[in-house]
Write a protein that binds this ligand. Structure first.
Ligand SMILES: [Zn+2]
Ligand SMILES: [Zn+2]
Length: 547
């Protein structure tokens, strides 16, 4: 009997190697710049700014309430260019299949060349030299060009090679900027010879600064670009993994993106390994009663002349409440002096995803709440809620997301309270006891629900907000596709837009099947999984022979 027990233990061990990811602070590199009203913007465009709606004491819940609206450029700070930015008919932001946001990270260092020449552009030879030294660039990687320009990030004249914030073209439509980037030849060579998902740079653009034409061959092949990427000096040449999750803007030509590199994990998700738990923000997105709508403003969508070239160009600006669509509540939303969006540690944005299904209970009762007993029963069936979990509450309300009256259970679009101060809104949520039980008895990273608020509609004291935000947990609202999320077996990535002083922020929430994640560092092009399975095969054989 001793051998089968050992085999069971070994088999469990194997499964755990590929189990959920719970990185520590040392395991991740946040490659995202903090967006502020001072962040440099492309000359001629308007920068990020926000409007304070509330920041102060209130007669509600924990007695404090913060909320803002903001306006931003798609292409400012650390952001993603969607293929449609320079390529007619190609993917706009919401079209990009989310499995392409995860892959091996590769870094090509051209910082010594750019130190001599501020317009040095990556050459084909640089890529070939890198491959000679490090092996082929793995399929589905995100390729980062390290120019060293991150050190100029706050200095307009040095970063763009031009001091004006008002224009970037001369009278003949020729760019006036000077920064290192990617040559057109290298862009063509990479897009024809490599199967990468994206290309990033620590400079302001994949450029090149004289023509911008490196965008075209890359975006035409649906290779997204990442611009103004932070901390490329900390990324390894090869062996790190990366997740780059943009804010999901419907019809966007790009968007602010959160980029995190991982030292001890590899991702190889196919299209079926990924569940995007995020709605695309659009002018139709249902908002809390009385709040401003999300608005996309088209700046360019057509042919433009750039020097001697005529190119397709799309770009937009958008304005939105922070608490719109799939979004994160920062603790400061309800708790005085607590974390705002920029205070949340990046490594806590990743953890095992758990789904608790109360859709049957809520089916005929829009005021239903999740109880402690529901959680205990869930654990009896599914096992203990793991450390660092994101607990998603599936109420079934997602199917109403586009219908204000059904989603909020109210016809009043301006007020959520009646004249007597009673809530008009009806939807399910966490009970106070269940929220407190999770906070006090389990070591979770956060929670989310498929409703407009994780507190049930019929409360004015917001006990779940107070419990979760008071304990500095991530708290997500309007989470999409929870009907598709299995109860266990996936890892959640909760990447909110990184800007200063937010009480919340639009968030890209994606779950990946644990089978598409490998724990442990691997070098370029080598997958340790087959090797591991081969090593463990004798134990498997013993195990299966015994049962
Ligand atoms: Zn851009
Ligand atoms: Zn919120």
């Amino acid at each position: 009997m001793k051998v089968p027990k050992l085999a069971v233990v070994m088999a469990l061990f194997v499964m755990h190697v590929y189990a959920q990811l719970s990185p520590t602070a040392d395991d991740v590199i946040d490659m995202t710049y903090l967006l502020t009203p001072e962040t440099l913007h492309w000359p001629g465009l308007t920068g990020f700014n926000y409007t304070r709606i509330s920041r102060g004491p209130v007669n509600m819940a924990a007695g404090w309430f913060e909320d803002n609206d903001f306006c931003g450029q798609e292409h400012q700070g650390t952001h993603m260019d969607a293929p449609a930015h320079f390529s007619k008919g190609k993917w706009r932001l919401h079209d990009i299949p989310p499995h392409r946001f995860f892959g091996p990270a590769v870094r090509i260092d051209i910082s010594s060349q750019t130190a001599q020449n501020n317009e040095y552009n990556l050459k084909v030879e640089d890529v070939q030299k890198w491959e000679k030294e490090n092996g082929p660039i793995p399929d589905n990687s995100i390729l980062f060009i390290y120019t060293g320009w991150g050190k100029h990030h706050d200095n307009r004249t040095a970063y763009y090679g031009y001091g004006s914030a008002d224009s970037w073209l001369d009278a003949n439509g020729n760019p006036l900027l000077h920064f290192p980037a990617v040559s057109e030849d290298a862009a063509k060579w990479i897009s024809s010879n490599k199967k990468i998902a994206g290309i990033g740079t620590d400079g302001p653009s994949v450029g090149p600064s004289k023509t911008m034409m490196a965008h075209v061959p890359l975006l035409e092949k649906n290779i997204f670009s990442l611009e103004s990427v932070a901390n490329l000096d900390k990324l390894a040449t090869t062996g790190d993994a990366v997740a780059a999750l943009p804010v999901n803007v419907k019809d966007g030509s790009g968007a602010p993106v959160r980029i995190v590199a991982f030292k001890k994990a590899q991702f190889k998700p196919g299209p079926d390994d990924v569940i995007d738990l995020t709605y695309a923000l659009s002018n139709e997105t249902v908002m809390w009663p009385g709040r401003n709508p999300f608005q996309l403003f088209v700046l360019d969508r057509g042919l433009v002349n750039l020097g001697n070239n005529t190119v397709w160009l799309e770009q937009n600006r958008f304005c939105t409440p922070e608490h719109a669509g799939t979004h994160l509540d920062a603790p400061a939303h309800f708790i005085k002096g607590s974390w705002r969006t920029h205070d949340i540690p990046a490594h806590t944005l990743i953890g095992p995803a758990v789904r608790v299904d109360m859709s049957k209970k809520a089916e005929n009762n829009s005021d239903a709440v999740l109880t402690v007993q529901d959680l205990e029963e869930w654990e009896k069936e599914n096992g203990r809620i793991p450390d660092n979990a994101m607990v998603f509450l599936h109420t079934g309300w997602g199917k109403f997301f586009t219908d204000f009256e059904k989603y909020l259970g109210s016809t009043n679009r301006t007020n959520w309270l009646n004249d007597e101060g009673q809530p008009l809104v009806h939807y399910p949520g966490f009970s106070e006891a269940a929220a407190k039980w999770l906070v006090n008895n389990r070591n979770i990273n956060g929670i989310g629900s498929d409703t407009i608020s994780y507190d049930a509609g019929q409360t004015t004291s917001f006990p779940a907000h107070v419990a979760f935000l008071g304990a500095k947990k991530l708290a997500l609202e309007n989470v999409a596709n929870l009907d598709k999320l299995p109860n266990t077996g996936t890892t959640a990535f909760v990447f909110h837009m990184l800007y200063k002083d937010g009480s919340g922020a639009p968030t890209r929430v994606v779950a990946i099947k644990n089978s598409a994640i490998t724990a442990g560092q691997v070098s370029s092009g080598v997958d340790i999984r087959p090797m591991f399975v081969a090593l463990m095969m004798p134990f498997f054989l013993i195990f299966f022979r015994c049962i």
